[in-house]
Design a protein around this ligand. Structure first.
Ligand SMILES: [Fe+2]
Length: 325
């Protein structure tokens, strides 16, 4: 009887911990399906400019069987964005291309730009969920023998399909749109997480003509950088080229966050305080010397780790405004 006493509190504590873990796992499975639209205002347009609505999509990680997610994405058309920016990681299955095109079909009728992420080239592999709580310096896609994998997702075909609908491919390229009388110049890179980023050093010489049929001088353009993974070298390069706004994804917002604290990792060298949302960078306050960085926490997960905690899947409707509007 005496020898059993110390074990009872331990067993009780272990039971409480196991129960809490089960509740946490159940909740994180549910939260991974709680699709959300975030809204932010970004004061980057000149005085007097009309607001521009930019829908930022990222990290869909779509599977062909995810009918509810496909329908939810199709309904985003109701937001009536002026421009769509897709920062990659669209697919989580070799046969997901038709599903992605079905999900984005309404939005592909609107002006848009895109870059690719590693999950547009390489199919996901089983991974330890604890990886999201640890730094992950891996950038190459290696197989179990350490050999570099061959691309097995149809990312290039997806890019051709996006481009055929009129979206501009920013894979190590620049582009330009004219929206509501405002010229938007873009510069983008292939996925920095795979070390495929080659930042262009030149902006478009002239704007594509938009609905208005007019052309805006280059010096009046808003310069926007687009990348899948927000590595610091890419942010520095884009800032050096004059970008006032950079859009990225990849972090999944930390995916498994601590309630009341936030992200623990970003899966790149960006600090955890900027794992998702809109922030000045590199300084903490808006103003000269800092650009606006928007990091989407994405719509999906690796299908082998379909969990999110304190980090709902989302897209972001960004309203670009003049500073005082
Ligand atoms: Fe992703």
């Amino acid at each position: 009887m005496l020898s059993a006493l110390p074990g009872r509190p331990l067993r009780r504590a272990a039971g409480v911990l196991a129960g809490a873990a089960a509740v946490g796992l159940t909740w994180s499975l549910v939260e991974a399906q709680a699709f959300t639209v975030r809204r932010v205002h970004v004061p980057v347009l000149p005085a007097g400019a009309d607001p521009i609505r930019v829908l930022h999509l990222s990290d869909l990680h779509l599977l062909p069987r995810q009918g509810r997610k496909i329908g939810w994405l199709r309904d985003l058309e109701a937001l009536e964005p002026d421009v769509v920016v897709n920062t990659g990681d669209n697919m989580a299955h070799r046969e997901a291309l038709p599903a992605v095109l079905a999900a984005l079909e309404p939005l592909l009728q609107r002006p848009g730009v895109f870059v690719m992420g590693s999950n547009d080239y390489f199919s996901p592999k089983p991974s330890n969920p604890a990886r999201y709580l640890l730094p992950d310096p891996r950038r190459r896609q290696d197989d179990e023998q350490g050999e570099e994998r061959a691309e097995d997702l149809p990312g290039r075909e997806l890019g051709y399909a996006f481009a055929a609908c009129g979206w501009q491919d920013l894979t190590n390229q620049s582009g330009s749109l004219e929206v509501r009388g405002q010229r938007l110049d873009f510069i983008g890179v292939d996925d920095p997480h795979l070390d495929r980023d080659e930042l262009p050093q030149a902006w478009p010489a002239r704007a594509e003509t938009g609905d208005s049929g007019t052309s805006v001088p280059a010096q009046e353009a808003l310069r926007i950088g687009v990348a899948h993974a927000p590595y610091l070298r890419v942010l520095r390069g884009m800032q050096g080229l004059g970008c006032e706004l950079v859009l990225a994804g990849h972090t999944h917002g930390g995916q498994l966050c601590l309630p009341g604290y936030g992200a623990v990792v970003t899966n790149c060298d960006l600090n955890t305080g900027r794992a998702s949302g809109l922030h000045p960078w590199p300084g903490e306050a808006p103003g000269p010397g800092n650009l606006w960085l928007h990091v989407s926490n994405g719509m999906g997960t690796n299908p082998y780790t379909p969990v999110r905690l304190a980090c709902r899947p989302s897209v972001t409707l960004m309203t670009l405004t003049a500073p005082s509007s």
